[in-house]
Write a protein that binds this ligand. Structure first.
Ligand SMILES: [Zn+2]
Ligand SMILES: [Zn+2]
Length: 352
């Protein structure tokens, strides 16, 4: 098999050839067809996440030692399984839930692999899908996505799931209330489609890039606002008819989180997804008096990914603009994601 690996933090990925693994125990081996390119791989390739305030979270401290194979939006054909895997759909195409836990703790037993304290994420803690084969720990992480474009299906396992789970954490949204989405890149468009799939239409999108704001309108935003405008808060509240029920911040900088908090009504909720990095000073008294909720959301559960795929199969979740590229373009794609120069939508690597 071959893979495109981080051999040195911050450097372009290198193509490496090695022996194809043989699945043992409950493991399943897939021959890959597609893998989406996620923005978090930009940070992982650099070797760290910026935590704000001059602090960094280094991947070395998470036990990652190059060479590593990233790529956590895998879609492929089931090729082989270990002796304890039970019945597996050999020869059939499946989407992979990549956010696998230890499999034995209380969270994993409750189906909340993404909250496991010993995560074994595919493409982070175990070799990922910037490769022609991938090994996953158990067939319960395989999802039948038949009936939808497989390249689009791949993007559901991270950007789709992450945004769907975040939207669900806002709780039931009264139809007359407005939700703002900050950031109109691939995650922003996925958030709009998730909100609309769940029946919510009052969505205002903020970004600094006019082209991305146009894409947000095309994806179904009610209104779009330049987040750097000095009167951005006034523009949003005017369009919404008041302060907002909820904000999903896909950027996660100090500026965007502060903007998000100033948009919330009493009892409002801010869901943070973005990993740009930053810190915000917060008055504890204001938190109480405005009865605010601030929550971080990290990927989602296997059940949520199955729900999302079902929404796509019934046509309620609308596809996003996709660009297909060969796997060899992975480094160039990460460079463009880092520079913010990719056109609207998502890049999915096609794997031969
Ligand atoms: Zn991702
Ligand atoms: Zn666990």
């Amino acid at each position: 098999m071959y893979s495109y690996d981080v051999v040195e933090w911050g450097q372009p990925l290198q193509r490496r050839e090695h022996a194809t693994p043989v699945p043992t125990g409950t493991q399943v081996l897939l021959k890959l067809k597609f893998c989406g390119v996620c923005h978090s791989d930009v940070h992982i390739r650099d070797g760290y996440f910026d935590l704000g305030g001059g602090k960094k979270f280094h991947m070395n401290e998470r036990g990652m030692k190059p060479p590593v194979t990233l790529g956590h939006e895998p879609f492929g054909t089931v090729l082989a399984a270990g002796p304890d895997a039970g019945t597996v759909p050999l020869g059939q195409d499946r989407l992979v839930f990549p956010w696998t836990g230890c499999g034995t703790c209380a969270r994993c037993q409750q189906g909340q692999d993404n909250h496991c304290m010993q995560p074994r994420y595919v493409g982070i803690h175990s070799p990922g899908a910037y490769a022609d084969h991938v090994l996953i720990p158990h067939p319960r992480y395989l999802i039948d996505a038949s009936g939808i474009d497989p390249a689009w299906a791949a993007t559901l396992s991270c950007s789709g799931l992450t945004t769907y789970s975040a939207v669900k954490q806002l709780g039931a949204i009264p139809p007359a209330e407005t939700v703002a989405v900050i950031g109109a890149g691939g995650l922003g468009l996925a958030t709009i489609t998730a909100l609309r799939a769940l029946g919510h239409e009052r969505i205002i999108v903020l970004d600094i890039d006019p082209g991305k704001l146009d894409a947000a309108k095309a994806a179904g935003a009610l209104a779009v606002v330049d987040s750097r405008a000095s009167d951005a808060v006034d523009q949003v509240t005017r369009r919404a008819g008041g302060l907002l029920f909820g904000v999903v911040d896909l950027v996660g900088s100090a500026d965007t989180a502060s903007l998000a908090l100033s948009l919330l009504r009493k009892g409002g909720k801010l869901v943070l997804l973005g990993l740009f990095g930053g810190e915000i000073p917060m008055s504890t008294v204001v938190m109480v008096q405005r009865a605010l909720t601030i929550m971080g959301s990290n990927v989602g559960t296997p059940a949520e990914l199955r729900e999302l795929v079902a929404l796509a199969q019934t046509g309620k979740l609308k596809p996003l603009p996709l660009e297909r590229r060969p796997l060899a373009d992975v480094s160039r794609t990460l460079d463009q994601l880092k520079a913010g120069t990719l056109s609207a939508g998502r890049v999915v690597l096609q794997i031969d």
